[in-house]
Write a protein that binds this ligand. Structure first.
Ligand SMILES: [Zn+2]
Length: 765
């Protein structure tokens, strides 16, 4: 509802501004009319005193100044402004006019220098340079400064300082979704992202001011002017949700900091039923308000050092750094998907009947696969033993997947891969999409000639590349009933009067797998989070499914030609699994080996996606459901119990999945720990004080890192503190605290809640 009324409000504002423009147009006509007598006088002077003025007329030619059109605004799906144009002005000098009017150039340069924060000497130089009649002093000056300059011109009757309208693009959210939105260059043309892809819709058509200059003895600086009205550009409404985008970027940044990720991260949130992109992020990004500046501090420092090596080296490196920070990796760059790709292989094998849920596999850690020159090793060197199809996916077992690929065969494997869209662009409406690099069909299909290396490695996502958006839409089709969609990010283009110019609807390209296979895959993906390598992605109250991935960057070599085994860890999550709506991919490029944390998708990317889900699912209105056993993962806000009888208080607490312990012998509650309004985990014990006041002691927060759930609960209870369990709620002793909301040693009141993030620090793949 809120969204619709906002939309109507928007239409009304646009209609008003349309009316406003018509008034302006009328005023422009009147302004031209006001100049007609002057034009007639000019005519008289020019025609009747031709000889006298002929010389001057040569210099005073007609000049046309372009007036920028109002570039359209870019909104997110809730009509938050992501990009808008504001009016600014350019300040330029006409040195001939200044000379003829015997203007005081030192005084003018001094004053303009002061108002524009520029060196007066530089301005004076331009004022004396008679080679051009247009000497730009400052561009895109704000309206306030421009009016001060206008006042100065009027007060001192100066001829030769001019102001011309221009516009400045403003991005209120700064770095948020910068590579998706893009920016406009110095001539107001869209570069990168939506600004580039939808430039023809956004830009409108420029107007003109045609000016004929009079001579300097006349009172009026302008003798004749003609205005051509500019046409404003269209507005664009995205499917992107700025809040979801902010949640995604926040959790990605947390992961980058926590795992000391060396080469940034990329992530996508998409609606699996429609293909709408809700968020798309590449970190580190840049601020489109200052797109030429290098936002990454480390890179900026390296560039500073390069300055000493000469301008050419510096400029080249600067150019490369800019292109890198502007690049939308979610659709421009391929990467090796690793085990996340097993989702597609398994869907194909089940759908084609090559395997069933009951097919058995055996993993002894390594195996000589027919047709592969090298012995194949599973990521778990001790092996996974006997497995059926669900365990093969839960364990992310490479040996099992090699056998699945052999059962499927090259022909069917390639056919499904192709239909999952791996060999084609997704067609997303953004600038710069590439399509990754998959094997030639021959290599996969003709195993008699080429062996089975490409087929088997391909089945577990190695030795080829695809783009993040290709993977996301393919996996979306696995969980949405089998439908491959065309992802999109612009939902609507609206003209200046509020009329719809373009409306995009969900587009199904083809059905890849059956509804039945899709349903089976949903339950298998859910089991990877409940039983398999992705327990760290679990979120209390939600059914999450997904697949981990850890891959080596296949084409990075050091200076000695040795392959550098940098890793990309990733997780693709889907929720809610009973009827999937959203898919979230996060990939972290090159976590540092220095942190001592085990580098894997399960340890690093799964909890990151879990945290994104925990943020976005309640925001997007997906309902939480809690079973009795996961009450501890549920968060409860403690009520104010003051004045209640002990029985009333205990009853209320029980309803809220909390327990009570009474202190004192009074009739009614006189105090409580935790204080009203505080958030605690379900099953927490609340102390109710009857006729007594709770102690006002404070305690030092312990170091919870590395404790398992029982240890953390005990440590907190001993000090009268409360914990809030986030992340992996599994009670296994391998699941330990990886982060705490209040630092160890900080002093807090008794009854304070500390949020603890739990993860399995050994989870692999
Ligand atoms: Zn295995």
């Amino acid at each position: 509802m809120a969204k619709h009324s906002k939309r109507r409000e928007y239409a009304r504002v646009r209609a008003d501004s349309g009316q406003h423009r018509r008034i302006l147009a009328v005023m422009a006509v009147l302004a031209v009319a006001a100049f007609i007598p002057v034009a007639l006088r000019l005519y008289d002077l020019m025609i009747c005193n031709y000889d006298k003025y002929a010389q001057l007329a040569l210099r005073n030619q007609t000049r046309t100044t372009a007036v920028t059109a109002d570039r359209g605004t870019i909104y997110d799906r809730n009509m938050n402004i992501l990009a808008a144009s504001v009016s600014v002005e350019n300040i330029y000098l006409d040195p001939h006019e200044l000379k003829q009017s015997k203007a005081d150039i030192p005084a003018i340069s001094q004053k303009l220098g002061e108002l524009l924060a520029l060196e007066p000497d530089v301005i004076a130089e331009k004022a004396k340079d008679l080679t051009k009649r247009y000497q730009l002093v400052a561009d895109r000056v704000d309206e306030q400064t421009a009016s001060k300059i206008r006042a100065y011109i009027n007060e001192n009757g100066i001829s030769g300082i001019h102001l011309e309208p221009n516009s400045q693009r403003n991005y209120p959210y700064g770095t948020l979704a910068s590579q998706v939105i893009g920016f406009t260059n110095a001539s107001n043309t869209g570069s990168e992202g939506i600004e580039a892809a939808y430039n023809s819709y956004l830009e409108g058509s420029a107007g003109k001011v045609i000016t004929t200059k009079g001579n300097n003895e006349m009172d009026m600086p302008y003798s004749y002017e003609k205005f051509v009205q500019s046409q404003p550009g269209n507005d664009i409404i995205l499917t992107l949700d700025a809040t979801v985008q902010a949640f995604l970027e926040k959790q990605m940044q947390t992961a980058i900091d926590r795992y000391d990720v060396q080469n940034g991260a990329f992530g996508i949130v998409m609606n699996v039923k429609t293909g709408e992109i809700l968020a798309m992020a590449t970190l580190g990004g840049y601020d489109p308000n200052q797109y030429l500046e290098i936002a990454d501090e480390g890179t900026a420092r390296e560039l500073e050092q390069l300055k000493s090596e000469g301008n050419e080296v510096y400029q080249k490196a600067l150019g490369e750094a800019r292109l890198k920070q502007w690049r939308n990796r979610c659709l421009s760059d391929g990467y090796e998907p690793g085990s996340t790709f097993k989702v597609l292989t398994m869907a194909a094998a089940l759908d084609s009947g090559a395997i069933t849920l009951d097919t058995s596999f055996h993993c002894s850690g390594s195996e000589q696969i027919p047709g592969r020159a090298q012995r194949l090793h599973c990521w778990r060197s001790t092996g996974h033993g006997a497995q059926k199809t669900p365990q093969a996916l839960q364990n992310s077992c490479n040996i099992a997947f090699a056998h699945i690929a052999l059962k499927l065969g090259g022909e069917r494997f390639y056919d499904y891969i192709q239909r999952f869209g791996v060999t084609e662009k997704t067609g997303i409406d953004l600038y710069g999409e590439s399509k990754g690099v998959f094997f030639d069909k021959e290599l996969v299909v003709n195993t008699d000639k080429w062996g089975t290396a490409s087929l088997t490695s391909g089945s577990f996502g190695q030795t080829f590349k695809l783009t993040p958006i290709q993977l996301v839409r393919a996996i979306a089709s696995v969980v949405n009933g089998g439908y491959l969609l065309e992802p999109y990010i612009v939902s609507e283009v609206v003209d200046a009067d509020g009329n719809t110019v373009l409306k995009q609807e969900p587009t199904v390209i083809r059905q890849v797998i059956s509804q039945e296979t899709s349903k089976t895959m949903c339950s298998l993906l859910a089991s990877v989070v409940t039983e398999g390598t992705a327990k760290n992605a679990s979120v209390a109250g939600y059914s999450i499914g997904g697949k981990t991935g850890t891959s080596e960057k296949i084409d990075i070599f050091d200076e000695n030609g040795q392959r550098v085994l940098d890793k990309i860890v990733s997780f693709v999550g889907v929720a809610p699994m009973d009827d999937p709506e959203y898919i979230v991919l996060v990939a972290l490029d090159t976590p540092s080996r220095q942190t001592g944390i085990y580098i894997s998708g399960g340890v690093m990317a799964a909890p990151t996606v879990g945290a994104v889900m925990a943020d976005i699912l309640p925001y997007l209105g997906v309902e939480q459901t809690f079973s009795e056993e996961d009450a501890a993962g549920q968060t409860v806000i403690v009520d104010d119990l003051t004045g209640m009888t002990a029985v009333e208080a205990e009853k209320l607490l029980k309803e809220k999945k909390l327990t009570a312990r009474a202190v004192g012998t009074g009739e009614t509650v006189t105090g409580q720990i935790p204080a009203p309004g505080q958030t605690v985990s379900g099953n927490s014990q609340v102390l109710i004080y009857l006729g007594e006041q709770p102690p006002a002691d404070s305690v030092a927060v312990p170091d919870f890192i590395g404790m398992n759930r029982q240890q953390a609960a005990d440590a907190a209870a001993q000090l009268g503190l409360y914990i809030l369990v986030a992340g992996n709620t599994d009670l296994s002793p391998n699941v330990t605290v990886t982060a705490q909301s209040i630092s160890p040693g900080d002093t807090v009141d008794i009854g304070t809640t500390i949020r603890l993030e739990f993860a399995d620090t050994k989870a692999a793949d």
